[in-house]
Ligand binder design. Structure first.
Ligand SMILES: Cc1cc2nc3c(=O)[nH]c(=O)nc-3n(C[C@H](O)[C@H](O)[C@H](O)COP(=O)(O)O)c2cc1C
Length: 146
C-alpha cells in the first residue's frame, strides 16, 4: 500500500482541518496516511513515504511569512528526503493580503530546489476551508492518482 505523509503548520486550525480532510480522501483512495503537525516533524521524516504533502498558512504584512511553527522546518528542509517522491503543497490564506498564500509558493520553490517532484499545482484556499470542500476533495483525489 502506498504511504502518504501530510505535514501541516496552522495557527487557527484552518490548514489543520484542510490537512485532515485531505488525509481522509487519500485514505478512502487506499493510501496509508500519516497527518503530522510540523511542530512534531523533522526534515528526514519523509523517508519511507511515496507521497509527501505540505500544508502551511501565510502570515505577515510587508513580506511573506510562513506560519510560525513551519519556519524552523522550512529553514532545515534541505535535509528533507524528497528525491524521487511525489510532493504537493496546500495552504489557507486571504486574498486581501498582498501575497495571497505566499507560503505555498515559497514551499513549492523549496521543493523544486531540493529535488522533489510537484504532482499538482499548489492548492490555495481563500478564507474558510469549509467553503472549499469540493476544491479540496478534487485536489486530494488528483494527488492520490498522480
Ligand atoms: C496578521 C495576519 C496576517 C496575514 N497575512 C496573510 C498573507 O500575507 N497572505 C495570506 O494569504 N493570508 C494572510 N493572512 C490570512 C491567514 O493566512 C488565514 O487566516 C488562514 O486561514 C490562517 O490559517 P491557519 O488557521 O491554518 O493558520 C493573514 C492573517 C492575519 C491575521
Amino acid at each position: 500500500m502506498a504511504r502518504a505523509l501530510i505535514i501541516f503548520g496552522s495557527t487557527t486550525g484552518n490548514t489543520e482541518n484542510t490537512a485532515e480532510r485531505i488525509g481522509g480522501i487519500l485514505n478512502a483512495k487506499g493510501l496509508e496516511v500519516t497527518v503530522q503537525n510540523v511542530s512534531d516533524a523533522t526534515p528526514g521524516d519523509e523517508a519511507g513515504y511515496d507521497l509527501v504533502l505540505y500544508g502551511c498558512s501565510t502570515w505577515g504584512e510587508d513580506e511573506i511569512e510562513l506560519q510560525d511553527d513551519f519556519i524552523d522546518y522550512y529553514e532545515a528542509m534541505d535535509k528533507a528526503a524528497l528525491g524521487g517522491k511525489k510532493v504537493g503543497v496546500f495552504g489557507c490564506g486571504d486574498s486581501s493580503y498582498t501575497w495571497f498564500c505566499g507560503a505555498v509558493d515559497a514551499i513549492e520553490e523549496k521543493v523544486r530546489n531540493i529535488g522533489g517532484t510537484l504532482v499538482a499545482e499548489g492548492l490555495k484556499i481563500d478564507g474558510e476551508p469549509d467553503d472549499y470542500e469540493d476544491e479540496i476533495d478534487a485536489w486530494a483525489t488528483g494527488v492520490a492518482a498522480a
